[in-house]
Design a protein. Structure first.
Length: 322
């Protein structure tokens, strides 16, 4: 059997549903028919794509690899068909859809809003889990524009004709409960939090390594370190289960507050990207939209960040490089 796009769609659906039974219902197939298809796919690859048992269907290591490729190939094929239909229909190129991807940035919504207002195109957006995935989709032309956040010591991948522009480099702040002993401080040091459990320490890129290095420079080794999205960080910090590293544009939120870290030991940078063959895209307008999104996010941020900026915090020195 030769592998086809329909087989990739089937694999993605099973992974999303977590069950052959639910996936069969979603695909409009009988369970035996779907099971037979999965068996043929396994034989084609030479190993199982899913572990299937009473608990459901879970991707194997091979399955995770196939899913990663499928999530790039399927949107690429969909975009190809859509663009071909637009050409056949004789639509104006300026009226085409612009696909925007974001990852690890608090500016995503504001950026997309500005693109919707500024581009003569239908803008669609997707949030992806990591910068590498966004860059791969830019290279594959399944995304037209991207905005990503990552450690200030790193740069996003540039392979495949992808071009990036650094929008901003911001300090990383710490999120603590309102009743934390350090909550009223104007600034805290990493040493003040040496005994804390840490949340929001992303494993993508070099940020986790830079965090551990900054702690070592402060004279301690961090204890429990966990990744968590913004919503989870708020809930866990509010409940007293740790402190979180956050972007400084984090808005005021009941039960928690942001506090600047002394000396700017960690930074977070935002980058806007596109493919260098995307000649129809107004690059200057895209960069301006990202710049304005950042300025708007700053204006809406916690007063702690505005006070930090007013006090010249942005001139207190950058994070040391390794």
């Amino acid at each position: 059997m030769e592998l086809e796009l329909r087989h990739l769609r089937l694999i993605v659906t099973v992974a999303e549903q977590g069950s052959v039974t639910r996936a069969a219902a979603a695909l409009g197939l009988t369970q035996p028919a779907l099971t037979a298809q999965l068996n043929r796919i396994d034989r084609t690859f030479g190993a199982p794509v899913f572990t299937r048992d009473q608990r459901g269907a879970r991707p194997t290591a091979l399955g995770e690899f196939v899913l990663g490729r499928a999530k790039v190939l399927l949107p690429a094929m969909s975009a190809l068909v859509d663009d071909a239909h637009r050409i056949v229909a004789g639509r104006d190129e300026q009226a085409r859809s612009v696909r925007v991807g974001t990852a690890a940035t608090a500016l995503g919504g504001l950026f997309v809003n500005r693109l919707v207002s500024g581009l003569h195109a239908e803008v669609t957006s997707v949030t992806l889990p990591d910068v590498d995935g966004v860059s791969a989709q830019l290279a594959a032309r399944t995304l037209d524009i991207a905005l990503v956040g990552m450690c200030g010591n790193a740069s996003p991948p540039t392979a495949g004709g992808v071009r990036w522009w650094r929008v901003s480099t911001d300090p990383v702040f710490v999120l603590v409960p309102d009743d934390h002993p350090l909550a009223t401080r104007a600034v805290v040091s990493l040493t003040d939090l040496a005994d804390a459990d840490w949340l929001g320490v992303s494993g993508a890129g070099c940020f986790q390594r830079c965090f551990v290095t900054a702690c070592a420079r402060a004279g301690f080794t961090p204890g429990k370190v966990s990744e968590a999205d913004r919503a989870a960080c708020v809930d866990l910090v509010r409940a007293g289960h740790g402190v979180a590293l956050v972007q400084p544009t984090f808005p005021d939120t009941p039960g928690v507050c942001v506090v600047p870290l002394a000396g700017v030991p960690l930074q977070w940078a935002h980058h806007v990207g596109w493919h260098d063959e995307a000649a129809a895209l107004p690059v200057d307008g895209i960069v301006e939209a990202a710049d304005r999104a950042h300025a708007e996010a700053v204006s809406r941020s916690s007063p702690r960040f505005l006070d930090w900026l007013a006090a010249g915090g942005h001139n207190r020195g950058a994070m040391p490089t390794e």
